[in-house]
Structure formats: structure tokens, C-alpha cells
Design a protein around this ligand. Structure first.
Ligand SMILES: [Zn+2]
Length: 373
């Protein structure tokens, strides 16, 4: 990529000019009234696509936008609860208004991190999780192009985004492949429990082409334990926040790369300090003594709070309906996957413990504290 010799003289100027450019050039959301039933209902309930980046100067500002979404989601559910249940469980596409606002804010955040990395004197070195840091002149080039072009903002955002929306059907395919231990592709990490039970090495990846791994998986682990192994690093159909259109995995997916002193620690530090200014917060912090059955800490998974927290709030109030929708989905998949006669309980662990994988996460904790407050 050609280096652009720009004339950004200080980080303050760089950030200021970026903000101005954002306000002037940012394309309005592509959501259109009537694009879907849900969009029309949300719009009728007062949701409009923001023009430009929303800058949240405090948690209260973010809460105010979340309140608008809470009102609109309640209104959507009053019209047809299945619109909201389908959105949460991934059987229905997220409303365009929700998806576009989350994506626009992600682009605003990536533009800000690129500007920070380009700034004179910054120690932030962005890399893509391969340990190969982008050099400062590349970041200057990107940052100045982002100011001028929404296309560049999209490209740079795509470059740093590892995963975004995934439907329940997509998640079901992943779940089935892992649970049945098919294909040669290795996955996840062997837990301490499985390592001890089977004499394998904790932290190594599961390899379906290994006889020792196959014996462990099928003979020594119960179906529930297999589900727990999968849930260490991925979700189940119906329970993934990636169904919501509000959540993204950014920079990398290797937990070790985010540790202090490793390739993505600078990015993580920046996100901890600044993500909330753009509405984002880290959702997964790993199991606790009170919550054993949940995901591992994921320093790459960030959620757009105003929409996702409103949706989560609705889910908490409507747990009975949500459980019925989840069980119906899992019954359907188990019926389909067991058609050859075997009885495999693909979701038995989750029928008891599903709440820990969707309801008890996403609490703000300190993640919403603004560094400059
Ligand atoms: Zn994720």
C-alpha cells in the first residue's frame, strides 16, 4: 500500500479533524422504512438511524440511547413477540435499524483506533493477531483515507473484524460438526477436566482425526461434557450474541495474543479505555464461583450496548417464552440429526444451563467506566 505523506501534526489535530470528517462525510444508515416488519415497527416506536457517529460522553448517555431501544423493543414485542424471540434466538434476521446502528458505531470505533495508532507519539501498534504490527505510516495512510472515504472506513473495519452476525442455522452447523467430531478440522481447546479424564494435554486443540481424541470424546466424555468442551470457545444455536447483529469479534481470536505484552495487548488496552465512548463493552469475562457454566473470557468480543442491553433486558423478563423457543429449536435439530436411529442428546447440558450462556453475561461491571470521567 502506498504511503501517504500526510500533514497531521499532532494527535489532537488528527482526532479533531477525524471527528469533523465523520460528522460531514458519514453516510446515513441504509435502513429504510418498511424494509422489514420489525424495522417499520421500530421506526413507529421512535427509532431513527443516527446521522454520523454517536459519541457517548458518559454511561448515562449510552443508557439514554438504550432506553430508546428498550421502548422500541417492548413495542415490537407487543405487536408480535415472535419478532423479538426470533431476533434473540437467531431464527430471524436482526432488524436493519439495529444492525446498521451497531455496524456504524463499530466503524466509528475502528476509525478512532486507527487515528490513535496514527497519532504522533502514540505507542499503539495495531496488528492483526499474527504478531506482525502494522507500521505507523500504514496507519497514517489508513487514518487519512478513512477521513475522506466511507469506503475506506468500511475496508479498515472489515480488516479488523473477525466475525459479526451469524444465524442460528449457521451456529447449528458449527455445533453439529464439533459435537459429532466430524471432519479433520481441529477446534477449541482441551479443558483441564478432559485432559485429566483422558490423559490428554490441557490447552491443546481437539483433533477429530486422532484416535486418542476420538476415544476420549466418544467413550470417556458424557454428552454433557462434550457440550461443555464446545462451549469453552463457541456458542450454541439460539444462544449466541452474534445472532443479534450487535456483537463483533475484533482484532484476533487467540486468547494468548491479548495477554499483557503480547501482540494484541495494546489494542485491548485501547478498547478497555475507549470502546464505551462508541457504545461498546466487553461481554465475556469467564466463569466465576457463582457462574460456573458460561463462556471463557473473550477479550475480542465486543457488543454495542444500547441495542444489545435493551434486548438482553427483554430476554431476562421473558425467560419462559425464550426457553420455549430455544427448546423448540433444539428439539427440531435433535430430531433431524438423530434421524439415523441413534439417540444423541445434543443440547442436554444447555436445557439445564442455558441461562448462564445468554442471560448472566453482558453486565457492565467496570467495563462501562469512561477513562476520562
Ligand atoms: Zn464472539
Amino acid at each position: 500500500m502506498p504511503v501517504i505523506k500526510d500533514d497531521l501534526v499532532s494527535s489532537a489535530l488528527a482526532v479533531m479533524s477525524l471527528c469533523v470528517a465523520v460528522a460531514v462525510t458519514f453516510a446515513p444508515s441504509t435502513a429504510r422504512a418498511g424494509e422489514s416488519t420489525s424495522d417499520a415497527l421500530l421506526e413507529a416506536a421512535g427509532i431513527t438511524a443516527p446521522e454520523g457517529c454517536l459519541a457517548f460522553s458518559s454511561p448515562a448517555a449510552m443508557e439514554a440511547r438504550a432506553d430508546e431501544w428498550r421502548v422500541a423493543i417492548d413495542s415490537l414485542a407487543a405487536s408480535d413477540p415472535d419478532l423479538v424471540l426470533g431476533w434473540i434466538t437467531g431464527t430471524r434476521e436482526p432488524p436493519t435499524l439495529a444492525r446498521d446502528e451497531s455496524r456504524a458505531q463499530l466503524e466509528c470505533m475502528i476509525a478512532a483506533v486507527a487515528a490513535a495508532a496514527a497519532a504522533e507519539g502514540s505507542t499503539l501498534r495495531l496488528d492483526y493477531g499474527d504478531g506482525e504490527a502494522e507500521n505507523r505510516s500504514t496507519m497514517r495512510s489508513w487514518s487519512s483515507r478513512i477521513e475522506r472515504s466511507t469506503r475506506w472506513r468500511e475496508r479498515v473495519t472489515d480488516h479488523f473484524t473477525r466475525s459479526h452476525y451469524r444465524s442460528a442455522a449457521g451456529q447449528a452447523g458449527i455445533w453439529h460438526r464439533k459435537f459429532t467430531f466430524t471432519k479433520k478440522r481441529s477446534f477449541n481447546r482441551i479443558s483441564g477436566y478432559a485432559a485429566e479424564t483422558c490423559g490428554l494435554t490441557e490447552g491443546h486443540t481437539w483433533r477429530p482425526d486422532s484416535d486418542r481424541h476420538r476415544r476420549c470424546w466418544f467413550k470417556l466424555l458424557t454428552p454433557e461434557r462434550r457440550q461443555i468442551e464446545i462451549l469453552g470457545a463457541s456458542s450454541a444455536p439460539g444462544l449466541s450474541r452474534h445472532h443479534w447483529g450487535t456483537d463483533y469479534d475484533v482484532f484476533g481470536l487467540n486468547p494468548r495474543a491479548f495477554l499483557d505484552g503480547k501482540g494484541l495487548s495494546d489494542e485491548y488496552a485501547w478498547m478497555r479505555d475507549h470502546a464505551s465512548e462508541h457504545g461498546f463493552f466487553q461481554t465475556y469475562f469467564g466463569p466465576t464461583p457463582e457462574q460456573e457454566h458460561t463462556y471463557m473470557e473473550e477479550r475480542w468480543h465486543w457488543s454495542y450496548y444500547p441495542v444489545s442491553h435493551a434486548l438482553l433486558g427483554w430476554a431476562k423478563v421473558h425467560q419462559t417464552d425464550l426457553e420455549a423457543a430455544l427448546f423448540q429449536m433444539w428439539d427440531k435439530y435433535e430430531g433431524r440429526w438423530n434421524s439415523s436411529g441413534q439417540e444423541r442428546p445434543f443440547f442436554s447440558h444447555l436445557r439445564t444451563h442455558w441461562r448462564g450462556y445468554v442471560l448472566t453475561i453482558g453486565e457492565p461491571d467496570g467495563a462501562l467506566e469512561h477513562s476520562h470521567d
